[in-house]
Design a protein around this ligand. Structure first.
Ligand code: SF4
Ligand code: SF4
Length: 141
């Protein structure tokens, strides 16, 4: 994943080598406010090589931690800034866990989270025909 040079405006989960994301994470944030976002405890920065600020996590069990705020319902990660479905940002983007990095726009978890927040689950590009693909008025059949 390519990291932006400035704090990202959104969870920004898509890998730059992947196809264009189906949805714009910067205008969503649903998955940061739906699942318990848990990961191996060693990913927190109180462990050697860990990156996730431990103060923003909560213990789950002997092996796992989760992002604070996602252990309860309604869930919302404390690192998520902004308004879900409009304009959001992950405030610890460069330090986020592997769980955050693995979830991809358009995958099953993404769609479940978006549906739970009342956001569309079919990309606009899939419902709106590309004008360039439509026959011109003068085209013969
Ligand atoms: S639910 Fe999907 S589109 Fe929304 S922030 Fe998560 S990965 Fe991105
Ligand atoms: S750490 Fe960032 S990407 Fe992960 S759940 Fe929280 S706001 Fe979302």
């Amino acid at each position: 994943m390519t990291l932006p040079s400035e704090p990202p405006r959104a969870p920004a989960r898509a890998d730059t080598a992947a196809p264009p994301p189906a949805f714009d994470c910067q205008r969503c944030g649903a998955c940061c406010a739906y699942f318990r976002v848990s990961f191996y405890w060693g990913e927190a920065d109180d462990a050697p090589g860990g990156t996730v600020p431990v103060a923003l996590t909560r213990p789950v069990n002997a092996h796992l931690r989760c992002m604070a705020g996602t252990e309860k319902r309604p869930a919302r990660c404390v690192a998520l800034a902004g308004e879900i479905g409009h304009d959001v940002a992950c405030t610890i983007y460069a330090q986020r866990s592997s769980s955050c990095q693995e979830l991809q726009p358009g995958d099953d978890k993404c769609l479940r989270a978006r549906a739970a927040h009342g956001l569309e689950t079919v990309p606009a590009s899939a419902t709106s025909p590309d004008p360039a693909q439509l026959p011109s008025p003068s085209a013969s059949r």
